[in-house]
Design a protein around this ligand. Sequence first.
Ligand code: NAP
Ligand code: GDD
Length: 369
Amino acid sequence: MNGAKRMTKVALITGITGQDGSYLAECLLSLGYEVHGMIRKASTFNTARIDHLYKDPHDPEAKLFLHYGDITDSASVTRILEDVEPDEAYNLAAQSHVRVSFDMPVYTGQVSGIGTACMLESIRKSDINTRFYQASSSEMFGFSPPPQNEQTRFHPRSPYAAAKIYAYWITVNYREAYGLHASNGILFNHESPRRGETFVTRKITRAVARIVAGTQDKLYLGNLKAKRDWGYAPEYVVGMVHILKHNTPDDFVLGTGTSNSVEEFLRFSFEYVGLDWNDYVEIDSRYLRPAEVENLQADPSKARSTIGWNPKVLAPELAKVMIDCDMFRCGLKPPDEGREILTRCGLDWVVEPIKEFTGQEVTTWRNPT
Ligand code: NAP
Ligand code: GDD
């Protein structure tokens, strides 16, 4: 059986090309894991977030291996699981954009909901001794008022949330029915310089940089009143690892316990470069949602007391880290408070911001856990 015969821990990540997948791969590699990732076949390269981690598989130093597959294709899921026999499997693959889920409700259900059942059923059938992590979401709480914790009622407000609730419960079901070590991380919003450009924080920080660079005039947004509990993604992937290290499979809320409105995030982002957001932002109804989640704020006390997870970067600092990186990308000299924030928070293991801040490739990583 896997695990018993190996000295090196092996992890499989679905969604490895996404924001979280890339940080999680970095984190696990720095802990000495052999990391395998499922990637989708695309007509263009989709591995930009993990290219800095990849070595040719013939290189004896190679620790990251990629496999073509799709979370909705159970044959490929089973093949990869049987080939890799992971000690830990992190299911991060999803159609993760809430607004887009209203345009593609069936597809979102297949990927973000049924995909989880494909993984769990493959693990169960193949009898591999794998700890399973499901990327559940605070979006599942929807209408339920904050603070939200593991006991809060789910009330989905989007096809994405409905799909994630199915995935949450099928994970609990496989734990209860078959004794799988299967856990849910119910994560509140977490962002980074690697965040997709259509999520609101990155849309804002990228616009700030481009406005300073003179390549963008206006920023078009939807609902500015919505509040989110925004944290820094690298801290959340450490939480994922802690959840699977915990010997008892369980469900954990991860969030900062603070919340800000989109308008507040705008204000402190523009103020960081000495601008007033009111001069640049216009509302465009195409970015409004048929149903909205107005107020998310975590009560992360269970994660703090049980797995010792305690995030340090809050939204105003997060905005500075992201703007610094977006300004570097535009060839600008940023205010540059981000580097000091990350060092103060013990986050100097994160490759990308440090690389962008210093211009140097980081080759040795400190153990982040
Ligand atoms: P992301 O950047 O959108 O990454 C999604 C990943 O899923 C990408 O690697 C994508 O591959 C992959 N994927 C999409 N459809 C797939 C399919 N059919 N088969 C295999 N892979 C597929 O998302 P993220 O922000 O890293 O989030 C990671 C997970 O956590 C997601 O499940 C998300 O729903 C959940 N989550 C995120 C947050 C957050 O604030 N970031 C909060 C709570 C939960 P391509 O690169 O090929 O598109
Ligand atoms: N994307 C986007 N674009 N959101 C906008 C915009 C805009 O132009 N204008 C206002 N918003 C508001 C949205 O209506 C929402 O209330 C808030 O900004 C955050 O939107 P997103 O950044 O798209 O994130 P999300 O909260 O809908 O979903 C993210 O967090 C979930 C966890 O709560 C995603 O990462 C999900 O995958 C994740 O599960």
